[in-house]
Write a protein that binds this ligand. Sequence first.
Ligand SMILES: [Zn+2]
Length: 175
Amino acid sequence: MLSCSGSYYYNGLCFLGKKNTRYCGDPRMQCPYCQHLETKVIDKRDAVGRTKRRRECLKCEKRFNTHEAVEEVRLRVIKKDGGREDFDRDKLKRGIEKACEKRPISTERIDKMIITIEDKLRKKGKEVPSTFIGEMVSKELKKVDKVAYIRFASVYRDFTDISDFKNEIKKLVRT
Ligand SMILES: [Zn+2]
């Protein structure tokens, strides 16, 4: 069995242990019939943010279900003016979707980007600057679609004149 603390996972993927490993759960779960501590998992089903396990007690051999839900660690964003707000996954998604509008990018690819970005944010700490989020989004978009990247960068980096914009395009053409 994989070892992961299980304190945080999203869409069934663990973000603390090995990258993208499935959260394994704690095999030591007390039997409700005889209070024995050793049980084995005989079936496991994942739903979004939830895992259901069917267990069998190693002592009395009775079976029972356990439900494990996501315990999300609160993530805060430090805004440019120094104020704090809760990290908003939907807002992140809207920003990325806007940049990807009418581009050949699947919803699955966007979801994957969001998971990757959120993973990086949570690894950075409990509070992350909004500029860091912008950088991470830029980095992911650049890998996926250069047009979407330029769209996002032009808003996020706040290109003040056309020469900034030209320079960014030149850099892209070189890579
Ligand atoms: Zn038992």
